[in-house]
Design a protein around this ligand. Structure first.
Ligand code: KIV
Length: 273
């Protein structure tokens, strides 16, 4: 494994995202939730970082993304923004902050942008949230859509299985993707859908399609950082490739430290004043 050399070190913008699709350059995204991870990931060349509401699962230990609050997302996003020099930073609007009505959505969206200094927001859903999407875009805030498996609707779906396998759901997804693109979203995440559908949507809309379990023929990929680094040992969906086994590495390092403390090997003479 080797380090990826980023040639264009300018800050990534939403316009660059669309330019990358036009040029056929794949977009690499990861999630991050804190300053240290964000600065490592940014330095390693990702094009965009999502402050995902998956923080609810991987940072707070909740079963779903639903409990995370606006204040908590703002805390995570501020920490990430401080660590990033190049990547575009996108923040998830948490459950309940944009579904009630468009006025409340834009108020919450403005609060996130003002307090975090992030670059864009991500919202889950299609036609049903279009008034909120339009109002936020009208306020000058870039939006990334999210269709397919939308974890904030897990109680409606009932399972984390692959979405849009039947024609009716696939047709609705294609319709929603077009609506979001026409409204002015700069990109769309497609989660856990058939690869052939991902490819079709990427061909049909001009904005980048970022996949997570949507196959290799979309315009970019996103993974949850703790999953691809092998920290979450018990999460093994088919779409996940693990690039490290940090669960074992951290476990071994901590085990060595505990052993050294117990055996009076740490600190040694050189490690004290
Ligand atoms: O919250 C998140 O991490 C996400 C990604 C899975 C796309 O929405």
């Amino acid at each position: 494994m080797s380090k990826y050399i980023v040639e264009d070190t300018r800050k990534v913008t939403t316009h660059r995202f669309i330019e990358m699709k036009r040029k056929g350059e794949k977009i690499a995204m990861l999630t991050a939730y804190d300053y240290t991870m964000a600065s490592i990931i940014d330095g390693a060349g990702v094009d965009a970082i999502l402050v995902g509401d998956s923080a609810s699962n991987v940072m707070a230990g909740n079963v779903t993304t639903l409990p995370i609050t606006l204040d908590q997302m703002i805390y995570h996003a501020k920490s990430v923004v401080r660590g990033v020099k190049r990547a575009l930073v996108v923040v998830d609007m948490p459950f309940g902050t944009y579904q009630v009505n468009a006025d409340e959505a834009v108020k919450n969206a403005i609060r996130i942008m003002k307090e975090t200094h992030a670059d864009a927001l991500k919202l889950e859903g299609g036609e049903e949230i279009l008034p909120s999407v339009r109002k936020i875009l009208d306020a000058g805030i870039p939006i990334m859509g999210h269709l397919g498996l939308t974890p904030q609707s897990i109680n409606k779906f009932g399972t984390y299985c692959v979405r849009a396998k039947d024609e009716a759901e696939a047709d609705k997804l294609k319709h929603d993707a077009k609506l979001l693109a026409d409204a002015g979203c700069f990109a769309i995440v497609l989660e856990k859908i058939p690869a052939s559908l991902g490819e079709q949507v990427a061909k049909e809309v001009e904005i980048p399609i970022i996949g997570i379990g949507a196959g290799g023929k979309v315009d970019g990929q996103i993974l949850v950082c703790t999953d691809m680094l092998g920290m979450t040992a018990d999460f093994t969906p088919r779409f996940l490739r693990r690039y490290a086994d940090l669960n074992t590495i951290i476990g071994n390092a901590v085990g060595s430290y505990v052993g050294d403390v117990k055996e009076c090997d740490f600190p040694n003479d050189k490690e004290q004043y």
